[in-house]
Design a protein around this ligand. Sequence first.
Ligand SMILES: *Cc1c(COP(=O)(O)O)cnc(C)c1O
Length: 824
Amino acid sequence: MTYTIEKITTLIGARRYGNTDSNIGFLLTDSRSLCFPEETLFFAIKSERNDGHKYISSLYDRGVHNFVVTTVPDDYEKRFPQANFLRVTNSLEALQRLAERHRDEFNIPIVGITGSNGKTVVKEWLYQVLSPDHFVTRSPRSYNSQIGVPLSVWLMNDDTQIGVFEAGISQPGEMLALRDIIQPTIAVLTNIGTAHQENFTSMEEKCREKLILFHDAPVIVYNADDNIVSQVVDASDYKGERLCWSCKDSKAPMFVSGIKKGETSTTVCYTFKSVEGSYTIPFIDDASIEDSVVTALVALQLGLNADTLKARMGQIEPVAMRLEVKEGRHGCTLINDSYNSDINSLDIALDFMSRRPDHKGRRRTVILSDIQQSGMAPADLYREVGRLAKERGIERFIGIGPVISDNAELIDIPEKFFFNSVSSFLDSTVFRTLRDEVILIKGARQFGFDQITDLLVQKVHETVLEVNLNAVVANLNYYRSFMKPETKLVCMIKADAYGAGSVEIAKTLQDHRVDYLAVAVADEGATLRRNGITANIMIMNPEMSAFKTMFDYDLEPEVYSFRLLDALIKAAEKEGITGWPVHIKLDTGMHRLGFDPEKDMERLIDRLKHQNAIIPRSVFSHFVGSDSDDFDNFSARQFALFDKGSQQLQAAFSHKIIRHIDNSAGIEHFPERQLDMCRLGLGLYGIDSRNNHIINNVSTLKTTILQLRDVPAGDTVGYSRKGKIDHDSVIAAIPIGYADGLNRHLGNRHGYCLVNGQKAAYVGNICMDVAMIDVTGIPCKEGDSVEIFGDHLPVTVLSDALDTIPYEVLTGISNRVKRVYFQD
Ligand SMILES: *Cc1c(COP(=O)(O)O)cnc(C)c1O
């Protein structure tokens, strides 16, 4: 389904400049995701921190001819002779209007889903139960924002019979726009939780905001047993059909009369509009059961009969939300995406892959299975797959499955291979010769692609540190919310990104346009460059022996003393370098490193003025105690000293010198001192050092139970018989020890980890590679997962028990612990 540019001009009420004929099939809001330039309409959106208009010129050079703008570029006829500019007052609203007009074209059931949890699961399960006999268009992954919803609705086309879209909000006022775009015929509220609560004054307020989605919907679906939700619905003037569910009220339209949990499955009995039924799902957790009730209710309302529902609910599959990045064997990096295999999520995964730079030369490979239940004719589907892969620079394509193999000739990639099954691929030379490539692995579940991943990942150790890249971005945005849009940001990724792994973190931060990355030593900077990081990099502890590395890799050193300054100038002059940017550190009270702002400024300025090898790009200092109110007076003194010294430096130069002093705690506590730039460290990793709270948890250290044994009262566990057992106990051994960074002082019941959500104390001395924990009374078996710290056990619990700070625990995780990165 395409629209002419003329039609779009009318639909969004724009004024058009330029008169090239075009047909538009793709909408673009982020220039980095460009795929099909000729058919793309780019919306130049102005946000607090960025302005899409900046990218017009480069997009034009890449073949994009159609732009929605708020300002038409000067001289547009000369500079962009083939372009159309559609001028509007607000580009985001224009995008939303266009999606709304597109939505108006459809007179079909549209399910709009909101709620704090479970939106994506309900959406995917609805897709799973409905798609065998309906063409369902749904939001890809969790595209549920002010931009994601219009892009999702745009995906509906002539074939679409049912639309299922998520609506997510993070602040008041957002739902109204989403309602107009989705215009649900069935509006679903999964539940109300505490996510994004910081932007709402109460749960009721958030609930009312969510219910805006419901206002004109003919049917609404919600949980009648939730008091807040029921009260808000009762208090509203909603006039349509209230299709609520309840486990208590037998008169509810959907009465859940019984929930029977077994070992691995749960049976739910219900009465829907006075017809009885039941189904069994292969899950036993409460969240899945609740999500299944919502799914069943909506599917029944859409006319699925009870028997078909029952059959399909038995087959529903877990929804993997994560794109994982793992180190593979033979120099490969694996991007593993087990999200339902479909064309839109393939597009997103390819986009993710193409945005992560790679050091030169590694080719990009895709391993893809048949895409099932797409509703498209195979020829169209695989032609599209080939087109996407080609546009994203895929050099090697491996297709697995009978259908994709039959359509091999539609995929126009130089190196391509096709196999009927995973096992024939695993037996092939192609598999054995995978080397030095970045591989996207994406397969429908029934193909069992985990066999491929298992064989390709480097298995060293069963202990892993999982790093949540979404949380890194959420923390970044949290701290940015205290900053003015124009304030620059340095992200501190020293000490291997506080243990999270600097390369992958740097890729994510670069993708989110931070101004600077800072590492401790030149070698860390060189590693980033070799891995394709092009952002500005600051070196906090430049060693005298590493100047050459800095020049070779375009790294900007901090300068804190005259000795370092002189050596650096000499080294730069020797290389014939001029104007190398450096960062001047002033000591305002830490008394660690830095020039004295009261005594050294004149001499420093004099030295800098009488050479041209280096140039001060920024000047900074560091707070001693921004994390505690106790030091507020001292911080004020530090700031005053810095202010004076840095102004003095600036006054001596005609170019702008960036001034910065706030670290993470400072950004929150003294936003008025943000100056030109802030330095974000611990906060990025989710820890608020002012109160030891977790903002969004980034790192989770996990291991597994190796062995379980019964130990009778009176025996001891571990070296030196330290772990005395006073009643009959069950002891588990886990493969993590002090050599992995598990502090030995946690032993002898000074600390605990979590086994299936329950606390298990460390028993006896922690060994080098293994620790023993007390799992008496905790249901568990060998192979079960153990959380050392992370999503459910804040790292601050460990640092408190150890009488240290979270920085030390995080940076102590040794290199042999594999880092696994994921993103929703
Ligand atoms: C590490 C570091 C930071 C970051 O501090 P956080 O407390 O982790 O935010 C800022 N500035 C300098 C100079 C640092 O060394």
